[in-house]
Design a protein around this ligand. Sequence first.
Ligand code: TRP
Length: 329
Amino acid sequence: MTRVLSGIQPSGAMHLGNYFGAIKNFVREQDHADAFYCVVDLHALTQNIDPESLRKASLDLMAIYLASGLDPERCTLFLQSHVAEHTQLAWLLECTASMGELRRMTQFKDKGGDQEGTRVGLFTYPVLMAADIVLYDVDRVPVGDDQRQHLELTRDLAQRFNHRFGDVFVIPEASIPSVGARVMDLQEPTRKMSKSVSSPLGTVNMLDDPSDIERKIKKAVTDTDGELRYDPETKPGLATLLSLLAACERVSPATIAQRYERYGDLKKDVAAALIAELAPIQQRYEEFRNDPAALEAMMAVGAQKARSVAARTYQRAADAIGLAPPVSH
Ligand code: TRP
């Protein structure tokens, strides 16, 4: 069975971009692959750190995963920092990576790049991501388009390691959803929905209550020609709404377009569909969040399953690179 792994950073509220672009696909995939999903809390340390919010965000995201339908019986669900081998392997990989190849990462450059005050962790972030992946002998990594370069680096590092030290790692492939699968901002429909936009009206969060969802969809930007068809190039706002309903119903946006004549009717149905999609998730979320013992028990199961795979891979890498065999202590 193909093994897949993906991770999301616990940094703020999950929105529809995270849901339709990632989480919903994770849920579908858990029955077709040997799936590993993690909350990458160590990666979140490269942003401004507020200990209490980070701890809370990690549990929030774990509860969102579970509430969305990820099932610890059908996949391996864990918190990155619970498996020490991630940072251990990251060090071995850092010692095979070059300044030049990390400096070329566009996300690093976009986030400020090589400055006196730049955190070293932001620079080496892609190496930790590579470790996350190769630790689990992963075949395929479902990620957004913005992670393509990091996946290339992962492959390069794994190939180089194998070449120099022996056949230790499986070389992973990126699996990137089609452009149509991206959720765009409701106010500025030519850019991706994100948590860092200036206008909060453009982003629907998974935990938004029904009245907020209605309001945001109602105010979503469309156009004035009144023609209802799916055309992301010239009618990006309308296309965003059609895609959202299409994602809920799992049909194509063009099919949805044929059903409507008026923008207002479409908006009403988009809001209703989103509310219906999110309501059970929100309810389960509250249940998980109000039962810390159950959440912890599930994380323990996940951590143990993950560690049993990660420890073996790490040991292979440590042996290959020349570290002395472990001793019991
Ligand atoms: N860098 C990814 C992002 O920001 C998150 C991530 C960390 C990840 N480790 C990963 C994604 C391993 C896939 C696999 O979206």
